[in-house]
Design a binder for this molecule. Structure first.
Ligand code: NAD
Ligand code: WQD
Length: 337
């Protein structure tokens, strides 16, 4: 029988791609998503792509009794917990919503994982927990500094809560994944990122500019100490990221084990590298100008992926150009809808 994996936030950007990857690996995902940052038609897209019915429980993970009903009624084998609010800037203005949503959801998940003896938990963390790197590529044992935003702080707190509960044996196994910068979309172009309003992140801003929704991209600073003066990040294709979640579940199938792992490509690319990749992949010239540095941006960060590659037997496969091509397909699909 297929093993059931509860995917919270499964209608969101990374969650939706992971749902498909789980199905391809022979698991049965069921989703809990309150749709606060997604739309119901994403479920239809997932059903179209997978050729099967998928269940979404449109409930809020902060509501313990609603969430418990799912654990009571489904034979849950593992949980992948994506559900969270994720806008760094918004978190500065709405800290209570962020602490309430992100921390409370995790507390409920842990309590239920413990009560229903679910032995596999994967948690979405972020490279934002590191802040500025003392050394690059950055490895998992790098010191965690004071978070620069309430959002970052929720991820640090959630990691701490998971580690404390592991130590106290309230939960058996967990894999914490620290994602670097997710980009791209499913190669069909039928699912992808759905930014609300004006995008803060680079890739959706590039797509909306090329599609004529925004007039021009502002590059935040070109006087950094990097090969072309623009900031460097580790951009990882969302399908590679999705694969890392399935590998995390598989690792916990074969041994009782817990890990905190970087999920990136191990390569640093600048903002201009991303724009070049977009132009090469699509043949479209992008309108952009240089602007002031964005407050809070760090100059460069990219992952040391040795540990994740060793533990998960996984490596990112997709190039920056493939990610740009796939995001563009998705943008074109949105335009045609
Ligand atoms: P997303 O907003 O696209 O997806 C999150 C989904 O969770 C949404 O569909 C939303 O409706 C749902 N959700 C939020 N709060 C909920 C709640 N209380 N109950 C039920 N559903 C809820 O975000 P994403 O980019 O797919 O991110 C997924 C996870 O990865 C998040 O935890 C995020 O913090 C983390 N992360 C994202 C990035 C990134 O750049 N996208 C980077 C690092 C880490
Ligand atoms: C990437 C680069 C910008 C927009 C954020 C969160 C982090 C994680 C991933 C969740 C930077 C530049 C951007 C634009 C630009 N999310 N840029 N013009 O800031 O690395 O990380 O998303 O955990 O926590 O902070 O990603 O996509 O916003 O920026 O020049 O209009 O693109 O300055 O160098 P960031 P980003």
């Amino acid at each position: 029988m297929e093993k059931t994996i509860l995917v919270t936030g499964g209608l969101g950007y990374i969650g939706s791609h992971t749902v498909l990857t789980l199905i391809n690996a022979g698991y049965k995902p069921i989703i809990v998503d309150n749709l606060c940052n997604s739309q119901p038609w994403i479920l239809t897209q997932l059903e179209k792509l997978s050729g099967q019915k998928i269940k979404n429980h449109a409930i809020d993970c902060t509501n313990f009794s609603d969430l418990e009903a799912v654990f009571k009624n489904e034979p849950i084998h593992g949980v992948i917990h994506f559900a969270a609010l994720k806008a760094v800037n918004e978190s500065v203005h709405e800290p209570l919503s962020y602490y309430n949503n992100n921390v409370k959801s995790l507390l409920n998940i842990i309590e239920l994982v413990s009560k229903y003896k679910v032995r596999k938990l994967v948690f979405s963390s972020s490279c934002t927990v590191y802040g500025t790197a003392d050394k690059l590529p950055i490895s998992e044992d790098h010191p965690i500094k004071t978070a620069e935003s309430p959002y970052g702080s929720t991820k640090q707190m959630c990691e701490r809560i998971i580690n404390d509960c592991l130590k106290a044996k309230k939960i058996e196994n967990a894999v914490i994944l620290r994602y670097f910068n997710p980009i791209g979309a499913h190669s069909s172009g039928l699912i992808g990122e759905l930014p609300l309003g004006i995008p803060n992140n680079l890739a959706p801003y590039i797509m909306q500019t090329a599609a004529g929704i925004r007039s021009s991209l502002t590059i935040y600073g070109n006087n950094y100490n990097t090969h072309d003066g623009t900031c460097i990040r580790d951009y990882i294709h969302v399908m590679d990221l999705a694969e890392a979640h399935v590998k995390s579940i598989e690792v916990m199938e074969v041994s009782a084990t817990s890990h905190t792992l970087n999920i990136g490509t191990g390569k640093g690319n600048s903002v201009l590298d991303v724009i070049n990749a977009f132009e090469n992949a699509t043949g479209i010239k992008l309108n952009y100008t240089y602007g002031e540095r964005r407050i809070g941006d760090i100059e460069k960060i990219y992952a040391d992926t040795n540990l994740s590659e060793e533990i998960l037997k996984w490596k990112s496969k997709h190039s920056l150009e493939e990610a740009m091509r796939d995001s563009w397909k998705w943008q074109m699909y949105l335009k045609s809808k």
